[in-house]
Design a protein. Structure first.
Length: 191
């Protein structure tokens, strides 16, 4: 058996790191940060505890990278602004929001929990403030281009609605009418 190439080693390292991040996300979301140990993450991921420390210096550093990776999923919203039709873009923003909420529930659960505990995790507040402003600016631009008379107030309202939908969905899950609220938002802002 020949030794592995640098490319193969990098591929293995990347795969292991993704495995650690995905397992951590799931456990942090389901059990909470403080109730999840590095030992549990290692056991669930089927790797050694020491291997986790090859990638992350502490559980807090691991949490920060998981959190940042969650928000990178939300960065897809900014990629939608390239179209010339603002109603279509806003509809796609709503579609993506509901899709991610349904498909990446653990991500929303973790981000929501940490957002309520910013006093414990200072990096969260900085990140949330930055991202919130980006989403607010995106919505204001779209609503201005659509022709809403007070786009800033509408943008704040949309973000508040989305936060409420997230909270309610995380509590009620299967019985929560996501499609109904997606239709309402699209009808109100994109028709």
């Amino acid at each position: 058996m020949s030794p592995r190439s640098k490319e193969q080693i990098e591929k293995i390292k990347t795969s292991r790191k993704i495995q650690i991040l995905e397992t951590s996300l799931r456990l942090f979301a389901q059990k909470g940060f403080h109730n999840t140990s590095i030992d549990q993450i290692a056991r669930e991921a089927g790797i050694s505890k020491g291997l986790i420390y090859n990638y992350f210096n502490s559980k807090e550093e691991l949490l920060q990278e998981v959190f940042e990776q969650c928000y990178s999923e939300f960065d897809q919203f900014g990629n939608l602004i390239n179209s010339k039709n603002p109603k279509k873009i806003l509809s796609e923003v709503f579609q993506l929001f509901f899709h991610l909420l349904e498909e990446k529930t653990d991500m929303y659960l973790l981000v929501s929990e940490l957002s309520l505990r910013v006093h414990e995790f200072p990096f969260v507040l900085q990140y949330v403030e930055k991202k919130y402003q980006q989403y607010l600016d995106l919505l204001k631009t779209l609503l201005t281009n659509i022709g809403f008379s007070n786009p800033e107030d509408e943008a704040y309202s949309i973000l508040a609605l989305m936060d409420g939908i997230i909270s309610q969905y995380l509590v009620f899950k299967a019985s929560y009418p996501l499609n109904k609220y997606k239709s309402i938002l699209i009808s109100k802002y994109c028709s």
